[in-house]
Ligand binder design. Structure first.
Ligand code: ADP
Ligand code: ADP
Length: 225
């Protein structure tokens, strides 16, 4: 898959907060970790990459797509798991994933069955597919969020602070899933947990107060902290 290039992206909110200041990053294929404390600008950058908001300046390129100026092209190949991901708690995973597949334009029932089964197996939810989402654990909910985000085979998968509420075993399982997915798409993970990037990310950056402080391969970066 093609990598993502972010050049000189800045964003200042109407309240005067400079959330991003001349952010430049090269995100190669693989699992990429964006590490930073609360308020660093991670969600602002994630929403910008997901074309939910526009930066004041800068350029973002995914392969041949100019992300800021070709929003629709980007959205067709984007998977996005936002930080506040709400789910209809009374539906089962199988029902809701089928519903989203219809919204995605998969009109053939047999095609939908094949696609949703593959995604539920990949996210390790197949055995739990008839349970109501309201009874899912935090980790199961996040894995279901990934299954939804993967409908349509995105080239870019953005996951914003997905591990924040997970217990250690769920966290590792979730990161392993992202690592597997990064074989076929660029996976960008934002987190404030050092161990998230140290364990499985192939590349990382540290962001603080809207500025990139470090870009590195994780093992080298974390041992030098
Ligand atoms: P603007 O002044 O840019 O129009 P608003 O202040 O009206 O933006 O807020 C827009 C949205 O962003 C609202 O949903 C609000 O809750 C949220 N928001 C506002 N300030 C913050 C903040 N400091 N951190 C996170 N979200 C915020
Ligand atoms: P992170 O995801 O790293 O916690 P954010 O991107 O949410 O960081 O926030 C970066 C800065 O921008 C913070 O100071 C936050 O309060 C502010 N901020 C975020 N969203 C808004 C908004 N909609 N309006 C005004 N300020 C915001």
């Amino acid at each position: 898959p093609a990598g993502l290039t972010i050049r000189n992206v800045s964003k200042r909110y109407a309240n005067g907060v400079q959330a991003l200041h001349q952010v430049s990053l090269r995100v190669p294929p693989g699992l990429y970790g964006l590490l930073g404390p609360n308020g660093a600008g991670k969600s602002t950058l994630m929403r910008t990459l997901a074309t939910l908001q526009e930066p004041d300046e800068g350029h973002i390129q995914l392969g041949d797509i100019d992300v800021i100026h070709q929003k629709e092209a980007l959205r067709q190949t984007l998977g996005y798991l936002p930080q506040e991901f709400g789910l209809y708690p009374k539906a089962s995973a199988a029902e809701l994933l089928d519903y989203f597949a219809v919204l995605k334009g998969l009109t053939s029932r047999t095609e939908r069955q094949a696609v949703t089964e593959a995604l539920l197996r990949q996210t390790n939810l197949w055995d739990k597919r008839h349970q109501k989402l309201g009874g899912y654990s935090g980790g199961m909910r996040q894995r279901f969020g990934v299954a939804v985000a993967l409908l349509g085979n995105p080239r870019l998968l953005i996951v914003d602070e997905p591990t924040a509420g997970l217990d250690p075993a769920e966290r590792v399982r979730f990161l392993n899933l992202l690592s597997e997915l990064s074989d076929t798409s660029v996976v960008l993970l934002s987190t404030h947990i050092v161990a998230d990037v140290a364990e499985l990310c192939t590349n990382m950056a540290i962001i603080d107060q809207g500025q990139i402080r470090l870009e590195a391969e994780p093992l080298a970066a974390v041992t030098s902290l």
